[in-house]
Design a protein around this ligand. Structure first.
Ligand code: DC
Length: 223
């Protein structure tokens, strides 16, 4: 049977992670969170105290570091040199710095290979990121691109922070989101754009359940 690959791309705060996890569970597929890979490389670079804007040093670091990723339906688990960093890669400092690594051509090429190799091991995957439908899995079974108004995305992010006991002003989140969006959209390699044949879903006024319902209408029942 052909491999099932569902790609879910879109900007920060659009609900990608929750939706990808839920969809993976529904389809009995593995959830591949490619943002976790960019975050892991960024965290390793921060810990090694190297210049985050220097691709040569980051490349070298990747060569000397052992990254390990494990996935099921749920959050991806991440190890750097045998130490689990699943929570640490979500630190706000990592979130702020990840744009450097994400905008480096050579590093993107390397991580695209990691993602494709990872997918090879599984017959069914739901993969989320920015370039999954365009660059990483151009032959995916179904491609989705999620959008939502920036103010709604900021509100959702604020709620997530609040649930983790962290208070962040809405204006600051909105500004961060807009900066990250601009950086994601304008980079030369793997920019945040919908694939030509992606289904675009605006999640601004939809609950998670409603989004899942919409996505399922585009996935063949035989999948
Ligand atoms: O989805 P996220 O917030 O965990 O992503 C972290 C960063 O990595 C974000 O700035 C965009 C970048 N990223 C990317 O450039 N390409 C991907 N496939 C996934 C994430």
């Amino acid at each position: 049977m052909a491999q099932l690959i569902i790609t879910i791309d879109g900007p920060a705060g659009v609900g990608k992670s929750t939706i990808s996890r839920r969809l993976a569970e529904h389809l009995d597929a593995i959830h591949l969170d490619t943002g976790a890979m960019y975050r892991a490389v960024t965290l390793a670079a921060m810990r090694a105290n190297i210049d985050l804007t220097d691709p040569v040093q980051i490349r070298e670091l990747i060569g000397q570091t052992e990254f390990h990723f494990e996935a099921d339906h749920d959050d991806m688990r991440v190890w750097i040199d045998n130490r689990e960093v699943t929570n640490e890669i979500r630190d706000p400092q990592v979130t702020e710095k990840v744009k450097h690594v994400a905008s480096m051509d050579t590093i993107r090429h390397e991580l695209v290979e990691w993602q494709q190799r990872f997918a090879n091991d599984y017959p069914r995957i739901v993969t989320e990121g920015r370039d999954q439908g365009t660059v990483v899995f151009p032959n995916a079974t179904v491609k989705f691109f999620l959008t939502a108004d920036p103010s709604e995305r900021a509100r959702r992010r604020q709620l997530q922070w609040k649930e983790s006991g962290i208070k962040v002003p809405l204006e600051q989140i909105l500004q961060d989101i807009e900066t990250r969006d601009a950086s994601d959209r304008t980079r030369a390699t793997g920019p945040l754009v919908p694939a030509e044949n992606a289904v675009i879903v605006d999640t601004t006024r939809l609950s998670i359940d409603e989004v899942i319902e919409v996505l399922l209408t585009h996935i063949p029942e035989t999948a």
